[in-house]
Design a protein around this ligand. Structure first.
Ligand code: NAP
Length: 260
């Protein structure tokens, strides 16, 4: 089945690399006009170049989402250049690996930043794009959560708390907009081969006194890690008309780490 997203406008936060990049490219290949945001201009430029090479329409938005004022500015640019957002992919996030510590030693500023980027930004962006989705009676919000939305993250309390919270937002919002053609779902990846997860493996390998490779191999029952491209097809499906009856769900793609 070919999934057509023609005439849809998507915004993928954190679309410069990793999972967001793979989702942005896959949405564009299905016909959506895609805006990608991140802080690193060079990575955004590479993604938009890839999309345009495939004859897709892409917009790069350099924005630091840790700054509250960046959110409305970013949305205004998308609306001006590509139109109102039909598909919002809340993907930008900060991992436990950026500053892993037991709670007793946890850095409060890192806690606040994690909760802001991983939970409050998806809430604020969802709130901002919803009015036009409701008017059109069509919209898709896809939150990139984590298996740590359902299980702990060792020395990553802020990550686990923010990602658990993201499922609460997903499920509540899904019910609030269920009657107006807007679906809200979460994808819960296991360990994916990205810059963020490389750091986590380094931390866990060191902590256990094993090599990076040994730690990486042991990450999933299937073996090793996922690639960002393993996540993208589910996002495309959730964005499509075919998924019109799917809402409030939290799908694991995790190589068998989590079986519920
Ligand atoms: P990644 O490779 O580190 O990419 C993260 C993206 O978010 C980058 O484009 C980054 O761009 C952007 N970003 C980070 N901080 C930002 C900020 N302050 N403002 C704007 N953009 C920002 O990470 P990833 O592994 O693909 O993770 C993507 C999502 O998947 C995250 O929500 C993560 O929690 C989730 N996830 C990842 C894994 C995994 O194993 N990798 C597993 C489960 C869930 P800049 O740095 O240029 O700003």
């Amino acid at each position: 089945m070919q999934i057509q997203l023609k005439n849809r406008c998507a915004l993928v936060t954190g679309g410069g690399r990793g999972i967001g990049r793979a989702i942005a490219i896959a949405l564009a290949r299905s016909g959506a006009r895609v805006a990608v945001s991140a802080r690193t201009a060079a990575e955004l430029a590479k993604v938009t170049k890839t999309i345009r090479k495939d004859n897709g329409e892409a917009l790069a938005l350099q924005a630091d989402l840790s700054k509250p004022e960046a959110l409305p500015q970013m949305l205004e640019l998308v609306e001006q250049q590509l139109g109102p957002v039909d598909i919002l992919v809340n993907n930008a996030g900060i991992g436990s690996s950026a500053d892993p510590k037991p709670v007793i030693d946890f850095d409060d500023a890192f806690w606040d930043l994690s909760l802001w980027l991983n939970l409050t930004v998806p809430y604020r962006l969802s709130k901002a794009v919803l009015p036009s989705m409701v008017t059109k009676r069509w919209g898709r919000i896809i939150n990139i959560a984590s298996i740590n939305s359902k299980m702990p993250s060792f020395h990553g309390a802020a990550y686990a708390a923010s990602k658990h919270g993201l499922l609460g937002l997903t499920r509540t919002l899904a019910l609030e907009v269920a009657k107006v053609g807007v679906t809200v779902n979460a994808i819960c990846p296991g360990p994916v081969h990205t810059a963020m997860n490389d750091k986590r493996i380094e931390y866990d390998a060191k902590r256990k006194g094993i090599s990076f490779e040994e730690q990486e191999k042991s990450m999933t029952p299937i073996g090793g890690r996922l690639e960002p491209e393993d996540i993208a097809p589910l996002a495309v499906y959730l964005a499509s008309d075919a998924a019109r009856m799917v809402t409030g769900q939290a799908y694991n793609i995790c190589g068998g780490v989590l079986l519920y």
